[in-house]
Unconditional design. Structure first.
Length: 183
């Protein structure tokens, strides 16, 4: 029961962090904003088991899909899920699951970085293909709208995630009364 409470509390914290990260955004002409949402999802994936990372991101997507204002710019609803940036929204659970499956049990920053890079590439692929489908745009247009502007920021977010996760995991090991994993 106590573990269930900890998992629930951790899940609520990460859902809140993803929602907050979505609000810290820079709108772009491409209809896909730059936000700290992916940073929060990276952290969730590094700090939670894959099934929990998947569920946390699915709950976030569901909350937005039913109209709660959890997406960038305090927006929500089916029009955002099925709009030009919807592929990225659908890709978040895939990315979180993939990163966690690779990196959760590791303490190696290189493994974390590789997992986040791989997860981000998968997110780019899902988001870009969906963007092309919805907007009927070419691959070149989609890549210049959905990938190229985001690469520098995502690389920075990956580095920041590694720094934060390393410190948080070190703190958790030192303070046994705070549990971020299911030990």
């Amino acid at each position: 029961m106590q573990n269930d409470t900890k998992v629930l509390a951790r899940s609520a914290v990460f859902i809140a962090l993803i929602m907050i990260g979505a609000q810290i955004s820079i709108p772009l002409p491409s209809l896909v904003p730059i936000s700290l949402q992916t940073l929060a999802i990276y952290m969730c994936a590094l700090m939670c088991e894959k099934k929990h990372a998947l569920l946390i991101t699915l709950v976030y997507v569901f909350m937005g899909a039913i109209g709660l204002p959890v997406f960038a710019g305090f927006t929500g609803g089916a029009s955002h899920v099925f709009g030009p940036s919807g592929g990225f929204i659908f890709g978040f659970p895939v990315m979180a699951f993939m990163i966690s499956a690779i990196a959760y049990k590791s303490d190696d920053v290189k493994v974390w970085s590789a997992a986040m890079l791989a997860g981000t590439i998968v997110l780019y692929a899902i988001g870009t293909l969906y963007f092309m489908y919805v907007t009927k745009s070419s691959m070149i247009t989609a890549l210049s709208s959905c990938v190229l502007p985001f690469i520098p920021g995502d690389l920075i977010k990956i580095a920041v995630s590694c720094i934060i996760a390393k410190r948080v995991k070190k703190f958790v090991v030192q303070k046994k009364n705070i549990v971020l994993n299911n030990n």
